[in-house]
Design a protein around this ligand. Structure first.
Ligand SMILES: Cc1ncc(COP(=O)(O)O)c(C=O)c1O
Length: 501
């Protein structure tokens, strides 16, 4: 019989020994202390340290000393140099990116995910985990209106899910239209003529995917959106006609549900119609807007998503999960066969006959975290209605923020928000200087953002619309109030006017 004798390594691992359990409890308590020292009423959105100062501080610690130090001492050191110099994602004015405050339910579950250390590639590395992930994936497929023919997998996020979507599109086209297996034969001679259509404000990972898939950036055809940054079917039809004239081969159409800068949502029904007519793979990048499906008030914005051949959805955005957590969903699960592989040591072919599920067959990752658990626990704990309330509140905040900006003559709103992002700029006063207006506006807006970061008062983003640098708020935090925003806008105007000389 296997015995549990004490080992000199007990204090390093969470084992069923007294020493292991006590060491683990003490370590977690020390980590929690480090965190709660950081999360205090004086906490700023960022400490404001410049990159070189921060680098000098952190690199003062040797990366791999010959002899280790007690964990509480190390946590204390990194608490000072690293945790205290992290951006505070729960701070009301940390509003730059699609970077959410994570739910406590999910944070607690992370403790279980990391300590149980299940790996999602094979059943014998994650028996319960495999069932949970499949259960959550099946629920997601239903949420987006897919039939039981659908399936999916958890991913590291939108980048991986978009890559999988483009991979499926490329391989399905070659298989169906050219009788060619890219998995077996590599790229076909026609590949240099493959084209992927998306809006001119689609996420950059569509271009990145095309490059990684051997099609090059040349394969991506950005199509002009309308005044509200929405891609319309008529523009797609025109683009396809132009490509056909050049004997190029449109293989896929990407719809974006929540563009990163504007939150705009492409016209899903029109794009589904184009995709059907022209036999294109329709991939919907709902990394940002996928969570709208939870809300009774906003679900209608996703009408038509069910026609997509594949969907990207991110949970480390509007599902309030800690990084990383995303999913890739497929309308027709047989498409996973396009990249299916069997490894004798991991997922032998007879597993299917034996009724053993292997999630690795559906993923481009092998070892993979059990991230489905934190989403599952969050859904159990908050329930759909509370999650929807959080979502609705943040969307209302974005809309009220836009109104404040629109009513302010010193600020210019770029577009009315569809979800949570508000893009605007400080407008310099029109007085005569040697600088032209565009250059002055760009300099001032860049400086405003930098000053707020250096002062630790707010972490906001910048982006460009045409030649103009704009500022961006991404309002995911339900604790941010309109009065926080009012104060921040006043500060932006004060900094802007002080620079506007
Ligand atoms: C629309 C969209 N798609 C894809 C991504 C990439 O997602 P991730 O950062 O999770 O890889 C983002 C990231 O912000 C996004 O906004």
């Amino acid at each position: 019989m296997f015995s549990h004798k004490s080992s000199p390594w007990d204090a390093y691992f969470l084992t069923n020994t007294q020493e292991g359990i006590e060491a683990y409890q003490a370590a977690i308590a020390a980590a929690v202390q480090t965190l709660t020292d950081w999360v205090n009423p004086q906490q700023k959105s960022y400490s404001g340290l410049a990159p070189n100062v921060l680098a000098a501080d952190i690199t003062a610690m040797p990366c791999c000393p010959d002899k280790g130090t007690d964990l509480t001492v190390v946590l204390n050191q990194i608490g000072q140099s690293i945790v205290q110099n992290s951006v505070s994602v729960t701070h009301p004015t940390c509003i730059a990116h699609l970077h959410c405050p994570p739910l406590i339910a999910a944070l607690a579950t992370e403790v279980l995910i990391t300590a149980t250390n299940q790996s999602m590639d094979s059943w014998d590395q994650s028996p319960a985990g495999t069932i949970v992930e499949q259960y959550v994936v099946d629920w997601l497929c239903q949420l987006y209106g897919y039939s039981p023919q659908s399936d999916g997998t958890f991913t590291s996020g939108g980048t991986q899910s978009n890559l999988m979507g483009m991979l499926m599109a490329r391989d399905a086209y070659a298989y169906k239209k050219l009788n060619w297996s890219i998995q077996q034969q590599g790229l076909p001679p026609e590949a240099s003529r493959f084209r992927i259509l998306c809006s001119d404000v689609a996420h950059f990972t569509i271009c990145q995917s095309a490059a990684l898939l051997g099609l090059g950036h040349q394969a991506v055809v950005p199509i002009q959106t309308d005044a509200s940054y929405t891609l319309r079917g008529s523009a797609v039809d025109q683009a396809i006609a132009a490509l056909q004239q050049q004997e190029l081969l449109p293989i896929a159409l990407v719809a974006t549900v929540g563009t990163t800068d504007f939150g705009s949502i492409d016209n899903l029904l029109e794009l589904a119609n184009c995709a059907r007519q022209h036999e294109l793979w329709l991939h919907t990048d709902a990394a940002f807007g996928g969570a709208l499906a939870l809300s009774d008030h906003h679900r209608n914005k996703l009408i038509g998503i069910e026609y997509s051949d594949s969907i990207t959805v991110d949970f480390h955005k509007l599902f309030y999960q800690p990084i990383s957590c995303g999913a890739f969903l497929l309308k027709n699960k047989t498409h996973f066969d396009l990249f299916k592989l069997h490894a004798d040591y991991l997922n032998p072919e007879d597993n299917a006959d034996l009724g053993i599920p292997d999630l690795v067959t559906k993923s481009i990752q092998t070892t993979r975290r059990f991230d489905a658990l934190k989403l599952f626990v969050s859904l159990q704990t908050l329930g759909r209605e509370t999650l929807a309330k959080i979502l609705d509140a943040t969307i209302d905040l974005a809309s009220n923020t836009a109104q404040l900006i629109e009513d302010d003559p010193e600020l210019e709103l770029a577009a009315y928000p569809t979800i949570n992002t508000v893009v605007f700029r400080y407008c310099p006063q029109p007085h005569s200087t040697k600088h032209n207006c565009l250059e002055r506006s760009n300099q001032i807006n860049r400086q405003v953002r930098l000053k707020l970061l250096q002062q630790g008062d707010a972490v906001i983003a910048q982006t460009k619309i045409g030649a103009y640098t704009h500022l961006k708020f991404t309002l995911l935090n339900p604790r941010t109030t309109l009065s926080d925003i009012q104060s921040l806008l006043t500060q932006i105007k004060n900094i802007g006017s002080a620079l506007d000389v």
